[in-house]
Design a binder for this molecule. Sequence first.
Ligand code: SAH
Length: 205
Amino acid sequence: MSLENQKQLINQLIESGILKSKSAIKAFNSVKREDFVRPEYREHAYENIPLPMFEMSTISQPLTVAAMTEALDVKKDQKILEIGTGSGYQAAILSILVGPKGKVITIEINEEVYEFGKGNLKDYPNVKTILSDGSLGYAKEAQYDRIVITASASAVPKELIEQLAVGGIMMIPVNDKMFRIIKIGKNKIRKEFMGYYAFVPLREK
Ligand code: SAH
């Protein structure tokens, strides 16, 4: 039954034109969203809606995860930084896309949420979870091929641009407007507006 529901959700994302690449479709098929929601919401896991987890933390809407994932254009073996682990669902999708030789580093600021996400990600050995404020990224492991911020910031922090490799792509919501930033040179970026999406606010310093 749940497999059927998952298929329906994925078909809906494909029909809406958001989910389209072979690799992303494969990743969405291999990660069960029901394993990343709170038990009481399991029956709603394959509806195209965000679900509550804890105060100030939701598992993102599948549509949002699909849009961000496609725009990130992830390749095998890449190193990715995610800010806002939440349930771990987005990190799990990225984990499949980078493959066993790739790496996903994901930061969560809220301890209760961190423990939940970390537990959900236990079967994804290429994902490293960190309990910390990620609003200025994670310089220790920089640079990153991809950076994704899953909470809405008030501006694009220059630290994140610095931690992005040349040729790298960053997805960042700024006041709920989703932007794709491509680092085309050491001090040069291209910024593209990708549409409006709802996010929880990023806690900033
Ligand atoms: N990627 C998640 C979405 C989680 S919602 C998923 O797939 O489920 C965004 C998360 O960002 C929340 O859990 C919130 O606690 C976290 N967050 C907010 N500000 C943060 C910050 N400064 N550093 C790290 N995490 C932060």
